[in-house]
Write a protein that binds this ligand. Structure first.
Ligand code: BGC
Length: 767
């Protein structure tokens, strides 16, 4: 596993190595390919049509009453995959597995769940993990999730979510790795390897089902489930690489998106599923529909009825039906009538059986159902130290006027805001089996950190939303709403704030606002929260804004009012402690944004690696007939890659070992980084490249490497990046990966805007 080598963080090393050491040795039979082939062939030859269709059908573990129905369906071989989501007692899963092993062919069930950023211990949401730019931290979060979820009987997770997105209106940006395909690809492969462990059949590994294939993050207007339409160049260059990286890392399954891509719904997209995924990328695993994606073919208007939907989806390469019952209901007749070839059905069934085999389920159907001995929510089952450490690495310091932060543990601190004493939202969307009761709120965290050294006062100040109605249509609408009048809440906050030396104001979103089916057109804080911020500013006290949210926000004038801003996303079970660590300087913030923050919604999509236009706008020398908005500052509010520290780092001396790169050889870029500030800290040195002239337009800069490193005050180090031809490749108009000789710019910096530049020439290949 990548996280275990050269581990820079002693805490992480200590935590991850025992996990690795505890992995059981593989059962030899799990690995014997010939045995496996023989086994699968024999089983397949004994299956009835109905049993075959049953293996392609999922069901959800529901209420106890529903469960009885499901058990019946399992006993008669009508269900192959069971989704146990959210927390379902292990006893219920056992009952289901008992039914499966008592069915005619004794084919075990495969249990799946959405374990997206932790299972019992909740880690930061996707955007938060990506903000760490720390692959060991990402690995730890995934490994812990696998250990916890497998101990509760889950064999597979619908994760990692790898949808690149450049639209913060889309609520699912919260789950995503952000806007950049290089960073996302690194996260993809680390996460897959950490979830699946060295041996998939091990009791504490779970299979990764990456999602949502493909390009779900590019829904038009950021409106969930909307159409996706993009050029092949953009698709191949920016949106597909993270999925591909995950496949190359061995991801066992792929979930197709609910959306239409360039005119074809993803569940019916033969080109993407059979050609790109299987033929070009050599994917050998399982393809699962997203919830309702097969019946969705009818609403998309590409299948006339249920029979057509089942036939088209299977033919395109979708192998498992999630959230519909069309495969189970329709496929047997379709095959009998000769409308679906038996070979197509068999290939999908074989894939399901093969997956179960690889997961060790035929060797032991209870492989992941017997491990946890403690009560489900026992405190000792949590991995708090890991969660705290990963969470603090995910926090991004956006602003720190007059070095207001870190705060001193003295005097009186007023903690205000609807997210300050909130253990629900801090867990973020898809909180799996995470419990608010086990989460550390910011108030809990500050209290523990202060240990009585300073007075901590608290007021809620405002509700998260101006109107409870907002939540009526949200999929996750669990929210604490204070019935008091806004004026009364504000008055209380004012009275508290006036007694304090400093105000810590926790504002943002409810977790359900940045979730599936939670798109919005306005990225400002809700009015009540803005009014609270203005009131706090008027007290004249130093003001620290702690943001908890699942998408970039347009902070406008309120952002200007805050003296310091810490972006904490939704930071998980240990969020409150992690934020306190940063606020008091027990941890020096090191996170960097994985997405651009726009100044206003009208700038969207706004991302760092855009093309040049034919008429680029120069803010230093503005002139008409250029590409710009005349009614706003055209720069981002905060650029991709940006994040401050309590110390300062300076980059100098960018050098290349040569001005020329000979194809097949490597050249080395280096830059000196010095900690010129007062304390130890980590920064992320980022490498961007630009192809100055090519047959197709190339981005002004594209991330190609990064190193996160710790430096003591005064310490200097040289950071190096090896550049080879593969890093200069791009997709041409025929989706072929090519490189062209010519000049390339090398840019090095600590964010995507402030960069030191040098250049080299890629020489033509010699025949
Ligand atoms: C979501 C998926 C999720 C699935 C199962 C769908 O609505 O789009 O991301 O994995 O439900 O819960």
């Amino acid at each position: 596993m990548p996280g275990s080598r050269n581990c820079r963080h002693p805490l992480l090393t200590a935590l991850i190595l025992p996990v690795l050491a505890s992995l059981p040795v593989a059962n030899a039979s799990v690995l014997a390919a010939a045995d496996k082939e023989h086994f699968l062939q024999d089983l397949l030859s004994r299956m009835s049509l109905a049993e075959k269709a049953g293996q392609l059908q999922t069901d959800y573990v529901g209420s106890e009453a529903n469960s009885r129905q499901s058990v019946k369906a399992v006993t008669t071989g009508q269900i192959g995959v069971m989704v146990a989501n959210p927390y379902t007692p292990r006893a219920r899963l056992r009952e289901m597995q008992d039914a499966a092993v008592q069915s005619r062919l004794k084919i075990p069930l495969l249990f799946a769940a959405d374990v997206v950023h932790g299972y019992r211990t909740i880690f930061p949401i996707g955007l938060g993990l990506a903000s760490s730019w720390d692959m060991q931290a990402v690995a730890v979060s995934a490994r812990v999730a696998a250990v916890e979820a497998s101990a509760d009987g889950r064999d597979m997770t619908f994760a990692p979510m790898l949808d690149i997105t450049r639209d913060p209106r889309w609520g699912r940006i919260s789950e995503s790795p952000g806007e950049d395909s290089y960073l996302a690809s690194r996260i993809a492969s680390v996460t897959v390897q950490a979830l699946q462990g060295p041996i998939l059949g091990a009791g504490d590994s779970i299979m990764a089902c990456i999602k949502h294939f493909a390009a779900y993050g590019a829904v038009e207007g950021g409106r969930d489930y909307n159409t996706v339409d993009m050029s092949p160049l953009k698709l191949y260059e920016d949106y597909l690489p993270p999925y591909r990286a995950a496949i190359e890392a061995g991801a066992g399954a792929v979930m197709v998106a609910l959306t239409v891509l360039n005119g074809t719904p993803s569940a019916a997209n033969k080109e993407m599923l059979r050609n790109t995924l299987r033929r070009d990328w050599n994917f050998q695993g399982l393809v699962i529909s997203d919830h309702g994606a097969i019946s969705g073919l009818m609403t998309h208007g590409t299948a006339s009825d249920a029979r057509a939907a089942a036939r088209i989806a299977l033919d395109a390469g979708t192998q498992v039906d999630l959230g519909d019952s069309l495969f189970g209901d329709q496929l047997p007749t379709l095959v009998e009538q000769g409308l679906v070839p038996m070979g197509t059905l068999d290939a999908a069934v074989r894939q399901v059986l093969s997956t179960k085999y690889d997961l060790g389920l035929f060797a032991n159907p209870y492989r992941r159902l017997g491990l946890a001995r403690d009560a489900p929510h026992a405190e000792k089952r949590l991995h708090r130290a890991q969660a705290r450490d990963v969470a603090r690495r995910s926090l991004v310091l956006l602003k720190n006027r007059n070095q207001l932060l870190p705060l001193k543990k003295q005097g009186t601190i007023a903690l205000i805001g609807p997210l300050a004493d909130n253990r629900i939202d801090i867990l973020g969307s898809w909180p799996a089996s995470g419990r608010p009761g086990q989460a550390v709120s910011l108030r809990d965290g500050l209290k523990a950190a202060l240990g009585g050294k300073a007075r901590l006062l608290y007021a809620e100040g405002a509700n998260i939303a101006d109107d409870l109605q907002v939540f009526q249509l949200l999929a996750d609408n669990q929210v604490a709403f204070d019935p008091r009048k806004p004026a009364a809440m504000l008055a209380e906050a004012n009275a508290i704030a006036r007694q304090a030396d400093v105000i810590v104001l926790a504002l943002g979103e409810a977790r359900g606002m940045s979730h599936e089916s939670a798109s919005k057109t306005d990225l400002n804080l809700p009015l009540q929260q803005r009014q609270l911020l203005q009131a706090m500013k008027q007290t004249g006290k130093p003001l620290v804004l702690v943001l908890m949210n699942g998408r970039p926000l347009t902070l406008g004038v309120e952002g200007d009012m805050a003296d310091a801003i810490l972006e904490t996303w939704f930071s998980g079970t240990e969020g409150g402690n992690a934020i306190a660590d940063v606020l008091f300087g027990d941890y020096n913030p090191s996170g960097k944004l994985p997405v651009t923050f726009p100044r206003n919604v009208g700038q969207i999509p706004l991302y760092y690696n855009h093309f040049s236009t034919g008429r680029p706008f120069d803010p230093e020398q503005p002139t008409p007939y250029k590409s710009f908005y005349f009614d706003t500052d055209n720069t981002p509010l905060y650029p991709f890659g940006f994040g401050l520290s309590y110390t300062r780092f300076e980059l100098s001396h960018p050098t290349l070992t040569s001005q020329h790169l000979v194809p097949g050889q490597t050249l080395r870029a280096s830059v000196q980084v010095t900690n010129t500030g007062p304390r130890s800290g980590e920064t992320v040195v980022q490498l961007y490249l630009r192809d100055v002239s090519a047959a197709v337009s190339r981005p002004l800069k594209a991330l190609k490497g990064f190193h996160k490193l710790m430096l003591a005050p005064g310490e200097s180090r040289t950071v190096t990046f090896d550049i080879d031809q593969s890093m200069l490749a791009f997709y041409d108009q025929s989706q072929r990966l090519v490189t062209e000789p010519g000049w390339f710019e090398v840019m090095l910096g600590q964010d995507s805007e402030n960069l030191l530049k040098t250049r080299f020439e890629l020489l033509p290949a010699r025949d």
